[in-house]
Design a protein around this ligand. Structure first.
Ligand code: CU
Length: 274
């Protein structure tokens, strides 16, 4: 065998070995997930930074009872999480103090809502919901079953004339009711773990935050375009979050915090660079 041929053969063997390793990794990965993801602050963030792109994942399916609504009209949104056998799942893990987090947002990343539906005995989750404007809304069911965090999503259509809005320009400051929220530290880069730190003031003075969902705040990060739902970890004692932005581009951040029993939401556009 000539040297180049030997090299080629060696490369082929390497490719086989690594290919098999990758396959094996893929096969055992899910088995490892429950063990690493049971804790509230689940550490396995690099494994699964993006969620919420599919209606079905991890053998579970989001089944919305309706996919159309009228603007500015309160209705009841029922949905189920179906297992591989087609039956409604009834056992959910506690995550951030709740068994189900429902995020609803219009496709242009306006009209954000974060709800906690109630589970009925038959496995149906239910919540009242009002969608203010016409358009397509993305519904994210964020939950954990058997220690495995999952986010499933589907669309809900609100009839009428749709006026989509451009994503607001990137900003490190946002208003939420009478509060001023600033992104004080957020040197974010694509494909690297990033830390985002916020502070909240009212009339220039610091505000004392109550715990909300077991932390100082809750952050949802959505990618512009496909509305990928990013995996974000809160810090228990400050408005600090860890997130992994998969690529350069625009993201919309929805930061929620609680003061005097009320939850407030501040939204930011974040431009992530390479
Ligand atoms: Cu929630």
């Amino acid at each position: 065998m000539t040297a180049p041929l030997k090299l080629a053969a060696f490369a082929a063997v390497l490719a086989l070995v690594f290919g098999a390793a990758a396959l094996a990794g893929g096969a055992v990965g899910p088995l490892h997930d429950p063990a690493t993801a049971t804790a509230e602050d689940g550490m396995n963030m690099s494994a699964d930074p993006i969620r919420g792109l599919a209606v079905s994942e991890n053998g579970l399916t989001l089944d919305l009872a309706r996919r159309a609504a009228h603007p500015d009209t309160k209705f009841r949104l029922d949905f189920r999480i179906l297992g591989g056998d087609g039956r409604a799942v009834r056992e959910f893990d506690l995550e951030h103090t709740k068994r189900m987090h429902l995020i609803v947002v219009r496709r242009d990343l306006t009209d954000f809502q974060h709800l906690h539906p109630i589970l009925r005995a038959d496995g149906t989750w239910t919540t009242p919901l009002t969608l203010r404007q016409a358009g397509t809304y993305r519904v994210f069911a964020d939950f954990s079953v058997n220690g495995r965090p999952t986010t499933l999503a589907d669309d809900l259509q609100v009839d009428g004339d749709v006026r989509s809005r451009q994503l607001p320009a990137p900003s490190k400051s946002a208003e939420a009711d009478n509060f001023r929220v600033r992104l004080t530290d957020g040197a974010v880069r694509a494909d690297a773990e990033s830390e985002l730190t916020f502070d909240v003031t009212r009339n220039g003075k610091p505000v004392s935050l109550e715990d909300y969902l077991g932390a100082k705040g809750h952050l949802v990060a959505l990618r512009e375009g496909d509305l990928a739902f990013l995996h974000v970890h809160p810090d228990a004692n400050s408005l600090r979050f860890e997130a992994s932005f998969p690529n350069a581009g625009s993201y919309r951040l929805f930061l929620q915090f609680q003061v005097a029993g009320r939850v407030h939401t501040a939204a930011f556009t974040l431009e992530v660079s390479r």
